[in-house]
Structure formats: C-alpha cells, structure tokens
Design a protein around this ligand. Sequence first.
Ligand SMILES: Cc1ncc(COP(=O)(O)O)c(C=O)c1O
Length: 393
Amino acid sequence: MKNIIEMDKRYVAQTYKRKPLALVKGKGMVVEDIKGKKYLDFVGGIAVCVLGHSHPALVKAISDQANKIMHTSNLYYINKQVELAQILSTITPAGIEKFFFCNSGAEANEAALKLAVKHTKRARIVAMMGSFHGRTALTVGATWKAAYHKPYHAIIPEVVDFIPYDNLDAAESAVNGETAVVIVEPIQGEGGVKVPSDDYLPGLKKICEKNGALLVCDEVQTGIGRTGKWFASEHSGVKPDILTMAKALGGGFPIGCMGAKTEIMKSFAPGDHASTFGGNFLACAAAEATIKAMKKSKLPQAAAKKGEYFMKRLNELAEKHEQIKEVRGKGLLIGAEVSSKKIADEIVEKAMKKGFLINATNDTVLRFVPPLIVENQHIDKLVTALDQILKEF
Ligand SMILES: Cc1ncc(COP(=O)(O)O)c(C=O)c1O
C-alpha cells in the first residue's frame, strides 16, 4: 500500500484527495482491497456500479464485444450505437428520442449547453446555487462551488447566472428573452442530496416555455434507475427539452449521453459537435447490457423499495443520535446531514475500518449511493455499524 501511495505521488497528477485504500477486486456488493480485506460498497464508484461489481451479463457483453470489434470511429455507422439509442428511447421521458454519445457527464452537459445555444441562438445560461455539472471550462462555469472555477476565470465564459435552487420566484426573475437554457439537477447530488419540492421542475419548465428557453435536466447522478424511476425528472412528470446521463449508464464502463427532442437535436449538423470515442462499440455494448440487466431484474422498482427501507433505518438512527440532523433523498440516492464536517469525515473513516465504504459530500452530508442490487441485510449491517460509531461520539 505504501508503495502504491509513493508511486502515485511520483507519477500521477495529484488532483484527488484519496483514502489510503486500493481496491483490486469486486463481486456484487463486496469489494476487496490489496490486502484481502473486504468491504460492503455503499459508494458504488460514486453512483456508477448500479449492477454491483463484475455482474456476469455486463462482463459477458464487454468480453464478447471486445472479441468482435471495439472501436472504429464515428466516420462509419455503428450498429451497437443504434441499438443503444433505440433502447434508451424506450426508457427516457416522452419526447427525448435522439441521442449524442460521449464519454462522461461533463461532456454530456457540455454537448447539452452547446446544442441549446445553437438551437435558441441565445447565449445566456441559468444554473443553480449548489449545482455540479462537470469540470470542462463551460460546465465548471455552470457549477456553483467557487473553488472549482476560481483558478480558471480567465478562460471561463461569463454567461452563467446562478439562482437559488428550488425557488421559482428567483427563476421567474432570472429567466428572460436572452436565456438559452436553464440547467438543473432533479435532485442535487454533489450539492448535498437536496430534493426540491414537487412543483419545482414543472414550474421551471413553464418559466422556460414562457421565455423561449430550453430546460436541461442533468441526470448524470440521478439517472438510470437510481431514484426509483429510470429518470428522476419522471417523479414530477416534467418533460425536459434535453436530458443528460453518464455514471450508471455503462454500469462501470465510461459512457456519457445527451438526449434531446428531435426538433432540437436537428440544430446539430455534421461537424457541429463530435467525439472520437463517443458511442464506440465497447461502451455501447456495456450500456445496452446494463439497461437490459436492469430491466430484467426490475432494478428501478427495487431502488424505490430498498431506498424506502434504507431511509426508514437511517431515520431511526437520527432519532437516537443528535449528530444526524436530517435524512433525505429518493430511492437509493440518500443523504444524511450530520452536525459538522469533522463528524462526517470521522464517520467515513470509522466505517471504512469496520468494512463499509460510504462517502461525504458538501462537507457535512453522508452520501449513500450503493449498487441497486443492495439488499436489506446489507443495509442492516451498515446501520448497525453506524449506530456503534455514533455511540462513540
Ligand atoms: C449531476 C452531475 N453532473 C455532472 C457530473 C460530471 O460527471 P463526470 O465526472 O462524469 O464528468 C457529475 C459528477 O459527479 C454529476 O453528479
């Protein structure tokens, strides 16, 4: 372990604050570190590994495809890309039926914002306080946390107006005839698992329509079954103009995607946007297998049920321990707000020692985004461990 840390320092860009842990194996809910210690994984690669680790259907799809062909470029037609787009159109909210493929959440949002600007011929973006949309110059510019964009102000376009999340009055004042697009997470993930009121997204859509602006739902974290529906925007019935996804889409294989209404996607002409790797055979085979396996096991429905149980158990803990201020979330995107960053960090450390991976976001929020195959017995084990840890404070 010491050697890995030293080699990382010597050869790898130091952009991540890593835990002193190197995971080398995984199966289902369990991951194993380099010393053979096992952990129950409630991080799931940060809301990525929806099927758990090394799901047989995903492993088979990737290896079968690797044996046929992996990459050809978008100079040619890609049958796997077409198949994936068709399957996606069966699970995305009504109207989202054309897709651009890329490799990450930031790229999906970058594509969404560029498309909106080209389509509306306008140049201003409205984004939310507490948002996270990625690390490219444009998407980090639409991300709330100042520390992420401050060093790059010289190259970030000044086109974003930030407004408070879950506040329709603020949106009414900010969105106008110059606004190309409003970008919003249906539940803020990195911002601390914030669930808006039921009328928020439909209200935002109405304000966009009134002003001729487009609504982008960033479902990079909420998407693909995590919140109990394929997409979190479905909970309020809102129909976004553009929807972005990544994380869970490939079940662990990198892929991002921007979906839009057909008449909006028409604004992209050949050459307007592109990606060498976007939608290659391997990534599309992984995403197709992930969606099919999720459909077969009805994982979105399972996420709703298990999420309810998980929240109930966490609320029991909150009643016993004053360090937990609030439990919130939907499906298996759950946050427990604790009283300080120090406590949140200590809980994460202590849980790791006991064999549980959890993570803290926005300083004080313990975030639980396990694989959707998690079972009540795993949840019970974690809750028992958290109970013991909280007793020690
Ligand atoms: C809502 C949201 N959008 C965009 C991103 C960026 O995705 P990526 O890291 O794949 O670029 C994230 C990552 O956490 C996210 O949670």
